[in-house]
Design a protein around this ligand. Structure first.
Ligand code: RM4
Ligand code: RM4
Ligand code: MN
Ligand code: MN
Length: 430
């Protein structure tokens, strides 16, 4: 019998925080009312916000040097579902999961779909994996996959992606995310033009296999594991590829996949403008694809991304429906805690973006009042919207204080007893 945090325990823990929450929410409501903002509208919007949990995020991650597993790690996709359900129970901001294949492969996908449904979870984009070789696989991806010089390797990678679409159909997903590790480590190793041509040819075949109501998300990344050149290195390449492929192809923005100091919020605005924003892999970064917790390094940048999203939402941009997904590697924290906090940080950035006084911002922009415009954003960014987030959870019968509740529940210790530790060490993200 799998341990679950009981609703009674949740309600009992909430009781400790109810009084303080009511006071803080009331104070914030009065503060916002002075600025003509209806706190209830913001709370409702926060309650409607959802981000997908990456199934690979509930296990402990690692670096290329080592992985230090934690207690009670999920052993398979069903354990992962249990952890994801616990996250959703405590934050009510993570109603879907984004699976990765073949990591999450099972023999019966109808059973998997049902198991997720039973835990109140749905499926967001499915991820293919042509950056590793699997046991028994006839061809190696050591020198690439969709852009490989050998047609047979490309064919194998194409087939895998089409299989992922088929799996996704059975799970109720509506999108495929394709991230390829293809690139080169030496100048001269690869023909930069022909490698992209081969990628596009392969992607065309995958695109053809998409059901009518599906999208394919192209994920770019500037470097790693290839260090000299990467085939889909930046949003420009991703955008050009999406344009060539057709309307179902869009560009996925992983916050850690850009060169340092790149203006990511501007990229988001550009992609929105051209109808090519697929969605996000949220995480945070100091140097590269660090996969640190969302909002833990550059919360202002995260807010600025949401500022663009709210702007697009307000303008009712046609077809604007970005997929929100997390993509993190938790090496030194309990993954459940990190994922809960990350979902909350996204809601925070969203709520802050919602309270920007947009008419005042536009007025300042219109008269070239640079500082005045900036201060409008800063006013929203520096507001502590925590009571809104806590109230949204409370009203959804979730935890006012998710981390405290989780720790007090003993969930990790209880499931660790149910899930014998995997022995041996390994490096890599999973
Ligand atoms: C580190 C560092 C050390 C080496 C390890 C394996 O990045 O360069 O010198 O011992 O790698
Ligand atoms: C990559 C990229 C992909 C993810 C893999 C595991 O760096 O972010 O989205 O599927 O990691
Ligand atoms: Mn990613
Ligand atoms: Mn990444």
């Amino acid at each position: 019998m799998t341990f679950r945090i009981s609703d009674d325990f949740l309600a009992e823990t909430n009781r400790k925080f109810e009084g303080v929450l009511a006071e803080d929410y009331d104070a914030l409501s009065r503060q916002l009312a002075r600025r003509k903002i209806d706190i209830e509208a913001i709370t409702r919007a926060v309650m409607a916000f959802g981000v997908a949990i990456p199934t690979w995020g509930v296990g402990t991650g690692g670096t290329r040097f080592a992985r230090f597993p934690g207690p009670g790690e999920p052993r398979n996709i069903f354990d992962k579902l249990d952890d994801c359900a616990t996250i959703q129970q405590l934050v009510r901001a993570t109603p879907t999961i984004s699976p990765h294949f073949p990591w999450d492969a099972v023999s019966d996908f109808a059973e998997l779909r049902e198991a997720a449904q039973h835990r109140g979870l749905g499926f967001d984009a499915v991820n293919s994996n042509t950056f590793q070789d699997q046991a028994g696989q006839p061809r190696s991806y050591k020198f690439g996959s969709l852009s490989h010089v050998d047609r047979a390797v490309r064919a194998q990678a194409i087939t895998h992606n089409i299989e992922c679409i088929e799996i996704g159909r059975r799970l109720g997903s509506k999108a495929l995310t394709v991230w390829v590790a293809d690139g080169s480590n030496f100048a001269g190793q690869s023909n930069l033009t022909l490698a992209l041509d081969r990628y596009l040819d392969s992607m065309r075949e995958i695109y053809e296999a998409l059901p009518a109501d599906w999208r394919v998300f192209l994920e770019h990344k500037c470097f790693e594991p290839a260090f000299y050149s990467t085939v889909i290195s930046d949003w420009g390449t991703s955008f050009a590829a999406a344009l060539e492929l057709g309307p179902k192809a869009q560009c996925l923005v992983d916050l850690g996949h850009h060169a340092p100091n790149v203006n990511i919020e501007q990229i988001v605005a550009r992609l929105v403008r051209f109808g090519k924003l697929a969605g996000f892999h949220f995480n945070d970064s100091k140097y590269g694809d660090d996969d640190l917790d969302t909002g833990s390094v550059e919360p202002f940048r995260l807010f600025l991304v949401f500022n663009e999203l709210v702007d697009a939402q307000n303008r009712q941009v046609a077809g604007f429906a970005p997929a929100y997904m997390l993509d993190q590697s938790h090496n030194v924290t309990d993954p459940i805690e990190s994922l809960m906090q990350s979902a909350i940080e996204l809601q925070r950035a969203y709520a802050q973006a919602l309270i920007v006084d947009r008419p005042a911002l536009a007025a300042a922009q219109g008269v070239n009042d640079a500082l005045g415009a900036h201060l409008e954003l800063k006013r929203a960014f520096t507001a502590d919207v925590s009571p809104i987030l806590a109230m949204a959870r409370y009203r959804a019968k979730s935890a006012i204080a998710p981390i405290e509740t989780y720790r007090a529940s003993g969930y990790r210790t209880r499931i660790a007893a149910e899930r014998p530790a995997v022995t041996g060490t390994s490096a890599g993200i999973v």
